[in-house]
Design a protein around this ligand. Structure first.
Ligand code: GDP
Ligand code: MG
Length: 159
């Protein structure tokens, strides 16, 4: 086959992407998944889950000292979220670019937050900010592991 492991596989990354409760309520799930799919990234894990406050606090542990922390936890537990793992070359950084700036007021049009959000506290989607955070977040949200498979489109997406 055209694609071989080696140089490319070492560049492969996984990131944790979560559609927040407002994204699910506002029926943005299909649109958001579609943007990652059309880009050429590959889905490795997907589930709709409601988390409790202890779990949300763990996910956002780094922000526990922030004044908006309690509101953030209430927001994340306010309804089901769509937890996903996406794989691809540079997917952590590019995933953040697809998502847009934290504050939708600063998110460029064409990004998910730029197109679908107004308020920082209702910004529709989460994405890991580094390879190391992605590793931790995937372990937290997918303790059962992710799915091992390879898209047949790979040679059409990667040189
Ligand atoms: P992200 O990585 O772009 O999601 O941003 P952060 O990791 O800095 O913050 C996590 C989440 O907390 C953001 O996505 C927002 O939902 C929320 N958040 C961050 N800063 C603020 C703020 O100043 N006010 C409020 N209400 N929420 C915030
Ligand atoms: Mg963050």
């Amino acid at each position: 086959r055209i694609w071989k492991s080696g140089r490319l596989s070492s560049a492969m990354e996984q990131t944790f992407i979560m559609i927040k409760p407002d994204g699910a309520q506002r029926c943005l799930v299909g649109e958001i998944i579609s943007r990652f799919e059309k880009k050429g990234f590959s889905l490795r894990g997907l589930k709709l889950v409601s988390v409790d406050s202890a779990f949300a606090e763990k996910h956002y542990a780094d922000l526990s000292a922030k004044p908006f922390f309690n509101g953030l936890v209430e927001y994340i537990i306010s309804g089901p979220v769509v937890a996903m793992v996406w794989e691809g070359k540079g997917v952590v950084k590019t995933g953040r670019t697809i998502i847009g700036a934290t504050n939708p007021a600063d998110s460029a049009p064409g990004t998910i937050r730029g197109d679908f959000a107004v308020d920082i506290g209702r910004n529709v989607i989460h994405g890991s900010d580094s390879v190391e955070s992605a590793r931790k977040e995937i372990a937290l949200w997918f303790p059962e592991g992710v799915v091992e498979w390879q898209s047949s489109l790979r040679p059409w997406i990667y040189e």
